[in-house]
Design a protein around this ligand. Structure first.
Ligand code: NI
Length: 253
């Protein structure tokens, strides 16, 4: 949205610490054992791709095709007013197995709002997402990464987990496809990573072009591409898509 506030968001990025430590714990129902993870192609860690500010059909739809081709499940932090305007796209995202998170109704800086206003921003968005036919989100991402105790408190009371990121590709700022790819790959580090991308900004078509190269680069570096789970932790790739990059044991196929 506003350039000024986005810049603030980016500055904040450098200050954010993600609660990623817990994400390495194996979760129940996992098809790959922790050992398989250690020995497999994910030996460096996992990377979740997140796409903010949409849905924006003319970029979200091609992006869904790219993700499908690459056998990747991602997380989409959508704005409520757009979810209401494009319920078909919301359904399509959800049906494809991606997770939908709450990115507020219309992208305000939540730290400037009252408790009641924060609640309304999140609740209206959850309703729009559910009305479109997708599950009620358990994840929320505050616009610009701007959060404080009050925002965290309201989210917790709504049984929602705040999700930030540790890699910002700055793909909203009009940078080139090469720069988006470089930003994403240069930013990942051992362990679990969450990359911030946008499918809902003016230059998102560049992001769509960058995503296959980002995914290739992530896998080449010994990481797996996983989706966020209900608690906002980076999860295993979704096995029904025959994720070939998850495990060398064959259990995930
Ligand atoms: Ni945003």
């Amino acid at each position: 949205m506003s350039q000024r506030l986005r810049t603030i968001g980016c500055v904040l990025t450098t200050l954010l610490v993600l609660p990623l430590a817990a994400a390495t714990a194996p979760s129940t129902g996992s098809v790959a054992t922790p050992m398989a993870v250690a020995k497999g192609k994910c030996h460096k860690g996992r990377v979740a791709l997140t796409f903010d500010d949409g849905p924006q059909p003319h970029t979200t739809k091609p992006l869904l095709r790219v993700l499908r081709r690459k056998h990747v499940r991602a997380t989409f932090f959508v704005q409520g007013y757009r979810a209401k305007a494009y319920p078909g796209t919301i359904r399509r995202i959800s049906k494809a197995g991606h997770r939908i998170g709450n990115h507020t109704w219309n992208h305000p800086d939540l730290t400037n709002l009252s408790k009641r206003q924060i609640h309304s921003q999140l609740a209206r968005t959850n309703r729009a997402i559910r009305h479109a036919g997708a599950p009620r989100p358990t994840l929320m991402r505050p616009p610009y990464g701007a959060t404080d105790r009050q925002v965290a408190h309201v989210a917790r009371n709504m049984n929602m987990h705040e999700v930030l990121w540790n890699v910002d590709t700055r793909n909203w700022s009009g940078v080139s496809v090469d720069a988006i790819v470089h930003g994403a790959l240069a930013g990942i580090s051992r362990g679990d990573n969450i990359i911030l991308l946008h499918d809902g900004v003016a230059t998102s078509n560049r992001t769509v072009k960058a995503v296959p190269r980002i995914i290739r680069g992530i896998r080449k570096r010994g990481y797996c591409v996983g989706r966020l789970n209900r608690r906002g932790e980076v999860h295993k790739p979704y096995h029904r898509l025959k994720e070939k990059h998850w495990s060398t044991t064959g259990t995930a196929r």
